[in-house]
Design a protein around this ligand. Structure first.
Ligand SMILES: *[C@@H]1O[C@H](CO)[C@@H](O)[C@H](O)[C@H]1NC(C)=O
Ligand SMILES: *[C@@H]1O[C@H](CO)[C@@H](O)[C@H](O)[C@H]1NC(C)=O
Ligand SMILES: *[C@@H]1O[C@H](CO)[C@@H](O)[C@H](O)[C@H]1NC(C)=O
Length: 427
């Protein structure tokens, strides 16, 4: 009878909980858009919306160590508390990316988890995942409305590059398994990555595409860039607006590469397995990931059309690639890099002249917890008179809106552009 009761439980839970998120253009203040959240669970006492719904920083109460987050509409404590067993909540939101989950009978997001039956993604807005439960947030992007939101060069607030491209101009993104001896996830000797193939891919016989790697950060995996950062939408828009040529992007995962380190369980906030060192990851990728990608996809095999980028600890990995796999890539995108001194100096460049011949881009947020580290890297490049591209996201803290911003401007200003970069205006 076991299969029968399992089926009953499934049907029951499906009928008990229903959700939806609707983004509505209102034509009214404060932002011109409202988002409706609905989630029903008849047996719950209280449901909260947990997640990064506050996109902007209260700059007067923020330091590099802590961010005071702030809503466009005056947020009041308790606004997210709702009637018994039901969320039916309308919220004006400005342009940008938002990730959230519903917390059911549970007050504090870090204590609520899928495992305990207290955290749920929106069933109508499922995350992009590699494996079941490795992503515990639903994500949506709110459009910009110039009638209500101000966007200038100094205070950009138009993040529409994260919106889905029109049908017919969208690439595809999917999870792929590759052979990686020693891997412990998702199966012995099998590891996985996400891959974005541009809309044009496969339609031009014999064409090889430039190849961009994009790393996640601490606690993340290869599904994060798509699920939390809408990477495929940003790539589509970079390509269709002519900022980059059609490009293949690979988003690998640096946990569970082998059994020499404790197993990391994706999506489990209580699992604190330490990340592997960047050196460990680089050696593994060079041995297994890079050759596999090149032999299975129509990608270029020259450094001039290869790039490596990453956020936070993935920015640290990008730095390791730059120093120790220098000849593999001509472009490096450091997004909120958690890399620390000692950095490259004149002696390092004398020993490895390739370090001075790269397309370098360093991006971070003005309120980023790794602001000092990122500045340290820029100081090292300044000391060597390197002409790199710099991007400071004006409102940015150590979160996905900053990395969306950093990635977009990496594409617009640096990726596949002639090297060396110059100090002349980009206009
Ligand atoms: C509904 O609420 C109950 C009671 O808190 C909880 O045990 C269950 O996991 C919830 N299910 C869903 C799908 O929200
Ligand atoms: C990857 O391998 C795992 C484990 O064998 C399997 O469950 C999963 O379906 C595979 N994914 C793909 C996309 O082939
Ligand atoms: C480069 O690799 C060496 C070992 O080969 C390691 O000691 C060093 O820390 C690495 N450099 C960086 C910047 O990670």
């Amino acid at each position: 009878m076991a299969p029968y009761s399992a089926l009953t439980a499934l049907a029951l839970s499906a009928s008990l909980a229903a959700g939806s998120v609707t983004i509505r253009k209102t034509g009214t203040a404060p932002t011109g858009y409202e988002v409706d959240f609905k989630y029903t669970n008849a047996s719950a006492n209280r449901i909260l919306i947990g997640g990064g719904l506050q996109p902007f920083t209260d700059q007067f109460h923020t330091t590099l160590r802590s961010s005071a987050l702030y809503d466009p509409k005056d947020y009041k404590a308790g606004d997210f508390y709702v009637r018994v067993g039901r969320v039916d909540f309308h919220h004006p939101l400005p342009s940008g990316v938002y990730s959230f989950a519903y917390l059911v009978d549970c007050d504090f997001a870090p204590r609520c988890s899928i495992d305990t039956g207290k955290l749920f993604v929106d069933p109508d807005l499922p995350p992009f995942r590699n494996t079941e439960e490795d992503q515990v947030a639903s994500t949506f992007q709110v459009p910009f409305d110039p009638a209500f939101q101000l966007s200038t060069g100094a205070t950009p607030a138009d993040f529409d590059y994260g919106l889905s491209a029109p049908e017919g101009e969208r690439g595809t993104i999917k999870t792929v398994n590759y052979t990686s001896p020693g891997s412990i996830h998702p199966a012995p000797d099998v590891h996985d990555f996400s891959i974005y193939l541009p809309a044009e891919y496969g339609t031009v016989p014999g064409k090889k595409y430039p190849l961009l790697y994009m790393s996640h950060g601490a606690g993340g995996n290869g599904a994060d860039w798509e699920n939390l950062g809408r990477a495929s939408a940003i790539l589509d828009n970079l390509i269709r607006e002519g900022h980059i040529e059609p490009t293949v992007a690979v988003m690998p995962s640096f946990y569970n590469l082998d059994d020499s380190l404790p197993k990391f369980v994706y999506g489990d906030a209580t699992n604190r397995a330490p990340p592997p060192t960047a050196q460990h990851v680089r050696e593994n990728y060079v041995k297994y990931l890079f050759p596999w990608v090149e032999s299975h996809y129509d990608v270029c095999d020259k450094p001039s059309c290869r790039a490596f980028s990453g956020l936070s600890l993935g920015g640290r990995l990008t730095y390791e690639m730059y120093v120790n796999a220098t000849d593999m890539f001509d472009y490096y995108g450091f997004f909120s890099p958690a890399a620390s001194a000692p950095f490259v100096d004149a002696a390092a460049v004398a020993a490895n002249p390739g370090l001075a011949q790269k397309g370098l881009y360093v991006g971070y947020g003005l309120y980023d917890s790794v602001f000092d580290l990122a500045r340290g890297l820029q100081n090292a490049f300044d000391g060597l008179d390197f002409e790199y591209i710099s991007r400071v996201a004006p409102y940015g803290s150590h979160y996905w809106p900053t990395w969306q911003d950093n990635f977009w401007w990496f594409g617009v200003t640096a990726l596949w552009k002639p090297i060396p970069f110059t100090q002349e205006t980009g206009r």
